[in-house]
Design a protein around this ligand. Structure first.
Ligand SMILES: [Zn+2]
Length: 451
């Protein structure tokens, strides 16, 4: 990650005693997070309690002049970003513009003091980030505290995780402090007509949690739009909680087609997605483990894992990348990873066909017995079953039709996985635990659209 630095030297003179000095500094565009350190000599007399010393407080105001935090004398360095800030500094984007350091001059020696303000800007860098956009904590029906969820995510190497408790919303500043995992504040709107995740930097809606019919939902939906919420329709074809509030007449952004362990209703969600795409709708699909607890000792927090190609590890960029369809979903953080590209374009992008193009599908770690499929407008146009493990498989496919092209990997469960699946299903969907296990999807990319 590129780091840019700025250093400011400020001379505090005796006539500034009991004043607040406002020192502006410029934050460039494209900063993921910044570290601000303040250093000056306090020079108190050894072991003596005295006002004969320098004592300065430091505050930081953002580009709109709003207080981000204040650092008392001993805390002389702070990191500020949208997903993590040190001490009691707020989680705010290190947005471009003129920020201000405020120096409160409390005690000062006659000769004054020089203050060094060092600012390091950690610049954004677009990369693949692994995460889980759907989890529950003790704030609803999950079995873990937020801190326990964070520790689990850290252990599994996740870069981001959304907290989407039923009925309730936990504000970003109230989420645990972790520099490793970008936490996204959310809420799972939960009714007997379907579930929808709202990703939102503030309370998405003030209405009561329940709705009576479509009109009630419409109201909540519109309020969430005004608050900048991004909406994901959860497990749309779920056999318990399917989405029954329609797909028209309101704004929505994401379809969660792979919810928790693969099962028959997820395959129905895939089919629904293909129908929407074939009808010409651009729909970004994600996965979500919908983690509540471990089952029979199996931790399912990363099943599946949603990867996003994001300019930074901050909630707004991650959610935006999901909306743009820069998404690949895999069974686990480090399992087979497919990508689809067309020249400089990737999944989520729209490409002009201009008579014909070629897409490149690449799979990192294609496993023996797994089948790579390329799908165009609901039809399989390429299929390859690996007869051995392949570290890096790639294939070029000509495209001569408008519509969408996407890639997926299918597989039959191994005997061991079949046992795990049956156990998980006994807890999750008991009435389907005995059904035969079909060929499941192991990973998929979002489409490239051709016009
Ligand atoms: Zn859920």
């Amino acid at each position: 990650m590129e780091i840019q630095e700025q250093n400011l030297k400020v001379k505090i003179t005796y006539d500034m005693l009991n004043t607040y000095q406002e020192i502006p500094f410029e934050v460039p565009a494209g900063v993921e997070g910044m570290e601000i350190s303040f250093t000056y000599e306090m020079k108190p007399k050894e072991g003596e309690r005295t006002f004969e010393k320098n004592k300065l407080d430091f505050g930081v105001l953002d580009q709109n002049g709003r207080q981000v935090g204040v650092s008392p004398e001993k805390r002389i360095s702070t990191y500020i970003s949208e997903s993590y800030s040190d001490w009691a500094f707020r989680k705010v984007a290190a947005a471009e513009g003129t920020w201000t350091v405020v120096i409160g001059v409390f005690f000062l020696l006659k000769q004054g003091v020089e203050v060094n303000i060092g600012i390091k800007f950690y610049m954004k860098e677009t990369r693949w980030l692994k995460g889980n956009p759907h989890t529950h904590s003790l704030h609803s029906d999950g079995h873990r505290t937020l801190e326990e969820l964070v520790r689990m995510a850290e252990k599994r190497g996740l870069d981001f995780m959304a907290i989407t408790d039923h009925y309730t919303y936990t504000y970003p500043d109230a989420l645990p402090s972790t520099k490793k995992v970008c936490l996204i504040a959310g809420n799972e709107f939960t009714t007997n007509r379907g579930h929808m995740n709202f990703y939102c930097p503030t309370l998405p809606y003030t209405a009561n949690y329940y709705v009576q019919g479509r009109e009630g939902f419409q109201k909540i939906s519109e309020e969430a739009d005004k608050n900048g919420a991004i909406k994901s329709i959860c497990h749309p074809s779920c056999h318990f909680f399917p989405w029954e509030l329609g797909f028209e007449d309101f704004e929505w952004h994401l379809l969660e087609i792979w919810n928790s362990p693969m099962r028959a209703d997820n395959l129905e969600s895939f089919a629904l997605w293909d129908r929407m795409l074939t009808a010409g709708r651009k729909v970004s699909a994600i996965g979500g483990s919908d983690y509540h607890q471990n089952y029979a000792g199996v931790n399912l927090i990363t099943l599946p894992t949603t990867h996003v190609y994001s300019p930074s590890n901050t909630p707004s960029d991650i959610v935006d990348a999901m909306v743009k369809g820069k998404v690949v979903v895999t069974a686990q953080p480090d399992s087979s990873f497919p990508t689809i590209t067309c020249g400089g374009f990737m999944c989520g992008d729209t490409v002009r066909l201009d008579g014909g193009k070629t897409v490149k599908v690449n799979v990192d770690k294609l496993k023996k017995g797994h089948t790579l499929q390329v799908i165009q407008n609901s039809e399989v146009i390429f299929s390859y079953k690996a007869d051995k493990n392949i570290a890096d498989y790639s294939v070029d496919i000509p495209v001569d039709k408008t519509g969408y092209v996407r890639a997926q990997i299918k597989h039959m469960y191994s005997p061991l996985m079949k046992v795990f699946h049956k156990i998980a299903m006994r807890f999750l969907v008991p009435k389907e635990a005995k059904d035969p296990i079909p060929e499941f999807i192991y990973a998929f990319t979002n489409p490239i659209y051709f016009e």
